[in-house]
Structure formats: C-alpha cells, structure tokens
Write a protein that binds this ligand. Structure first.
Ligand code: HEM
Ligand SMILES: [Cu+2]
Length: 590
C-alpha cells in the first residue's frame, strides 16, 4: 500500500471526545421528528436482536448437545425460524430504516417532506413484524392454532399460516414506503441544488434503496402471487423451483441491503472516529454503483444443486458473483487507507505502527474495525460458497452458517452495535452510559464469533449438516489434523455463550442510556471532515441514479428472463401439475 505522509497542517479532523459548548448542536435538537423515528426503529431492532440472540444461544447449546432442556427437538425448528426471521429480516430492516433516516437527514440537512410517509412505513413494518412473530411463536404452544416452522427462506412445500406471509409482505412494503420518504426528500433537495453533487451519505442511502427496490421485486411476486393465495387455499400448487428462484432473486441482494449500511458507517463514520478523513469519495461512489449493477443477477449461486436450472445460467451467476468481489476489495483498500492516514496524523509511523495510534478503546471504533476484519474472513469463505464445483463440498453444511455469521452476523450486526454507541446519544440527547462495559463488548463479540464461526466452518468441511437439532456425528471416521468433532462442538457452545453475553452487555448499555436522564453535553457530534479526495474528483455520471437503475434492470432481465421463461414453459404455472409435495402425494395419509 502507498504510504500516506502525515500532513501537519491537517486540522479538519475532529476527535470524538471533543465536548461541545453549552449551545450543543445535537441531531435530536435540530431534527426532533426524524430523531424520534430513528429512536423507535432502533428500539424495535434492539428487542428483535435480544430475542433472536437468545434463540441463537438455545440453538448453539441444543445442537451441540451441551444443553437440550430449553425446547424439544421438534420445537428446535420453530426457534430456528424465529432466530433467522427476527435477526435477518426484523433487526436488520428496522436498524437500517433508522440509520438511513439519520444519514439522509444529516447529509441533505433537511427533514422529511411529509413525516406521515416515513411514519406510515414504520407502522407497516411494525404490524408486519407482529404478524410474522405471532405466527412463528405460536408454533411453541399447542393451544395456539398458528405456526410458521418454515425457516427464514420459507421454501414451499413447507407451509406457514397466512399471517406469516402477510407479515413478511408488510415488512417489504413498509421498507418501500420509508424509502419513498427519503426519495421525496432528495427530489425536494434537487430542486434547489440542481448542479450540486449528491452529498455522500445521501448518495449511499439512495443507491442502496435503488438496489433494494430492484431486488425486492422477486420476493414480492413470490409472496403476493404464490404463497399468500396458496396458504389461504385459493390455489392448490406452487412450483418449488420457481418459488426458490424468486426467493434467491431477492435473497442474494438482500445481503447487500445489510452490508451497504455497514459500508456507509465504515466509509463515513469510522475515519472520523479515528481522527482522520475518508481517503476517496469517488471510489466510495463507484463501489455503491457497482453494487446497484451487480447485486441482483447472481441469485442462482444459491441454487447450484437445484434441478431444473440449466448449468449455463448457474455459470453466469458464478461469474457475476466473482465480479462482486471487486467493490469489496475497493472498500478494503479505501477504508484501510483512510485509517492509515488517520493513524499517521496522530503520529503513528512504520509499516504497521500507525495501527497502534487508532482509538481501540472507543467501542464505536473498535466495533467497526473488528467487524471489518471479520468481514474479510467472511469474504474468503464466501468465495468457496460461490465456486460452482467446490460449493458441493459445503452445500447445506454448518459451513454456511459459519460464513454468514461473519457477514450479516458480524460485519452488519457488530457495526450496527458500534454505530449505536455513537449515534444513540445523538438521537436521544443523553450521554452513553456504562462506558466500561461498552469498551469491552466488541472484543467479547469478536472472541465469541471467532470460536463459533471457525468451528462451524470446520464442522461443515467434515459434512456436519446445518438446520439439524441433533446432528449425530460422533461415530463418523474422517481424517482430522487437529481436534475432532467433540472439540468443535465445545467451541460452538462456548462461542455461542460468549456471543450471548456480549449481546446482553450491548443491550444493557443501550437501555441504560435510553433510560438515563438528559443533561450534560454530548461527547459526540455528526460533523464530518472533508474527504482527502472529494466529490468534485468523481465523474458526474456517477450521480445519475436513473441510469444505474435502468442498467440494473437490464442485467436482471438478462440473467433471469430466460430461466424463468423456461420454467414457465415446462409447466411451473400449470394448475394441472400435481399438488406439492409431489413425491409424497398418494403415499402418505396427509
Ligand atoms: C448470540 C449470538 C448468536 C448465536 C449464538 C447464533 C447461533 C446460531 C446457530 C448455532 C445457528 C445454526 C443453527 C442450525 O443450522 O441448526 C444459527 C443460524 C443462523 N443465524 Fe445465528 N447466532 C447468533 C447471532 C446471529 C446474528 C446476529 C445473525 C444475523 C444478524 C444471525 C443469523 C442467523 C441465520 C440467518 C441463521 C440460519 C437460520 C436457518 O438456517 O434458517 N445469527 N445461529
Ligand atoms: Cu448469495
């Protein structure tokens, strides 16, 4: 990496510890309506995180045999559905809604055009969550006639109560409505600022939402056209391959819907926390545009073993997936360069000596930095998943949850927690409480995840399945360099427990802060120093959101048009095909 020379005259970088004057300029004072919405979304996100995390602990102990007293092995799948849905659908969507709401307000310096839109979207998200959660948790009680043991991928022929699908649909539509509020704000801003560059954080929010609108078309069609009518008994059959294809049309780009908010934090907040500046605004814009273009036409990489999809389409999806490594490598470069600059500004020297001057004791910084580090490891195991032939080795094994606990489970979740340490004071006007607990929390998460995820990866390599309450593996013989299955199980149980402890620490800090009295000046603010290379260095075409949306749709049409057409040709929509489950019809008394 090129060495960045410290610039003695560089004084723009403010430090996080700077105590503001009597006239504090907190986000909550300037934009009370927007701050309130973000508080609400965060509150729901934290509750979902707490319950989802508890379910994670139950799973980690149950499937390793460390403790099976919480639930029966049949109810394991109810818990697992709750874990997946509450964490990757509810926690993520609510946190992102609040976080983006802050980012767009701050960077356009403008409140909502009509807050009823954003609040309306929030209400839909909330009603959807309650419906889905009640349907899932109903599965734990025999007296409640609801259940939704379909896991977060809800593949037919597994069927849930209609409330689950309606809830999921409301969550998606609610996110569209909240996003509409942000676009209206942007259009209003554009009217008065025709020639200005879109401020960076607003650019990131809007490009992520363009991608999200394109991506959610798939799941919206799946749920509204097929699953809701099917669960209500209005149609008898759903073609499993078509449903899976529509799900993964959405299911891959959704990971960027989680990741890009983390990128927003790494590009814009982290350099400031480190006492530096963003290295390059143009590179950041290019990265987000690449994600708009490439995120969606890759979903078949989740269906490498599905029959009925020609290998050629899977191969195209693999190639596109490998291209997606590019924006992530650009991000690694830009973020690390920004941090190196910051470290050298504080007097750090030597090839790696600048790392020592970074603020590792500040949980907002350390959380984001550790999340980024784990994301790098997740990127490597993701490449294994994406390789068409090597995927067969790890498909549906514990390797896969091992992988995504590094990505969504840490790159997103730990960044969200770290950002909360910094942002919650600004949206509540209260100083962060239990700072000592907060300071060690990210390290605790990192340690727990290192143990759990590493052991999950290794267990997957020897073939231990995912989504299994009681994997029976002791008697299997396999070559092992170190340890064995027993040792992996201990690491998973121990890592899961440490993760849960870290989660409780985070929630304790958050609720102590939310419940604390107002008063005193904040230690943090939302002012950002100018990037080293600013927006003026970026080609103007990057800001043409419409152009990128059109290209994204074209690529999606190319990648999905032919395969979906051929599925329909071979009878996917034909009502005379036998009812699912095909293989069991007529064989079992169901
Ligand atoms: C306390 C922390 C956590 C623990 C102990 C934990 C534990 C686990 C375990 C053991 C599994 C595998 C279950 C199986 O396949 O049988 C799992 C699956 C999963 N976890 Fe976590 N997890 C935690 C946090 C998270 C977070 C923060 C996220 C995302 C934001 C997440 C997302 C998922 C998803 C999507 C699955 C797959 C569900 C499925 O296969 O349907 N987990 N978790
Ligand atoms: Cu994917």
């Amino acid at each position: 990496m090129a060495t960045i020379t410290p610039d003695e005259t560089d004084t723009a970088a403010e430090t996080d510890e700077q105590v503001l004057d009597e006239e504090r300029d907190a986000f909550v004072d300037k934009f009370p309506t927007e701050a309130r919405l973000t508080r609400w979304t965060f509150l729901v996100a934290f509750v979902a995180l707490g319950i989802g995390g508890l379910f994670g602990l139950i799973q980690a102990l149950h499937r390793t045999g460390a403790f099976r007293g919480f639930v029966s092995s049949a109810d394991y799948y109810t818990i697992l559905t709750g874990h997946g849905v509450l964490l990757v659908l509810v926690f993520t969507t609510f946190f992102i809604s609040g976080f983006f709401n802050w980012a767009i307000t701050r960077s356009l310096d403008r409140g909502s055009v009509d807050p009823r839109v954003e609040y309306g979207g929030f209400a839909m998200l909330l009603v959807g969550t309650v419906l889905a959660a009640v349907a899932i948790l109903g599965g734990l009680f025999d007296s409640v006639p609801l259940s939704a043991d379909v896991l977060f991928t809800f593949y037919p022929p597994l069927q849930a109560h209609p409330a689950f699908y309606i809830g999921a649909a409301l969550i998606v539509v609610g996110s569209w409505v909240v996003g509409l509020g942000w676009f209206r704000r942007f259009w209003a801003w554009r009217k008065n600022n025709a020639d200005e560059r879109i401020p960076l954080q607003a650019f990131m929010v809007l490009t992520t939402m363009v991608m999200w609108y394109v991506a959610t078309i798939g799941v919206a069609i799946e749920v509204v056209v097929f699953l809701i009518p099917w669960s209500l008994g209005l149609i008898q059959t759903v073609d499993p391959i078509l449903a899976r294809t529509l799900f993964w049309f959405f299911g891959h780009p959704v990971v960027y819907f989680w990741l890009l908010p983390a990128y927003l934090a790494w590009y814009t907040i982290m350099p400031k926390l480190a006492g530096g500046r963003l290295f390059s605004d143009p590179l950041a814009r290019i990265v987000f545009v690449l994600f708009v273009l490439l995120s969606t036409p890759v979903g078949f990489h989740h269906q490498y073993v599905d029959p009925g999809i020609p290998e050629g389409f899977k191969f195209v999806a693999m190639t596109n997936t490998m291209f997606l490594l590019l924006p992530s490598l650009l991000t690694a470069f830009t973020v690390v360069a920004s941090l190196e600059h910051a470290g050298r500004q504080q007097g750090g020297s030597g090839r790696l000596g600048w790392l020592k001057t970074l603020p590792w004791g500040k949980p907002a910084f350390s959380g984001m930095a550790l999340a980024g580090l784990m994301f790098a490891a997740g990127g490597f195991s993701g490449m294994i998943n994406a390789g068409m032939n090597i995927n067969y080795l790890v498909h549906n094994t514990l390797w896969v949850p091992g992988h995504f606990h590094l990505t969504v489970g840490t790159a997103f979740a730990l960044t969200a927690m770290a950002a909360s340490y910094w942002l919650v004071p600004q949206i509540t006007g209260k100083r962060l409480q239990l700072r000592g607990v907060a300071a060690i929390q990210p390290y605790m998460w990192f340690l727990g995840m290192t143990l759990m995820s590493n052991a999950m990866h290794r267990a997957g390599l020897i073939g231990v399945p995912r989504r299994t309450a009681e994997p029976q593996y002791e008697a299997f013989n396999y070559a092992q360099t170190v340890g064995g299955y027993g040792e992996m199980r201990i690491q998973i149980a121990l890592g899961g427990t440490l993760l849960f402890v870290a989660l409780v620490m985070f929630l304790a800090v958050m609720f102590a802060t939310i419940l604390a009295g107002k008063g005193g000046n904040l230690r943090v603010n939302s002012e950002f120093p100018e990037p080293l290379s600013g927006a003026d260095d970026a080609p103007k075409v990057l800001d043409n959101l419409r152009l990128w949306a059109v290209f994204a749709l074209l690529l999606v049409a190319l990648a999905y048009g032919f395969p979906i057409y051929s599925m329909i040709q071979s009878g996917a929509l034909d009502p005379s095909i036998p009812a699912v489950p095909v293989s069991l019809a007529g064989w079992l008394p169901i």
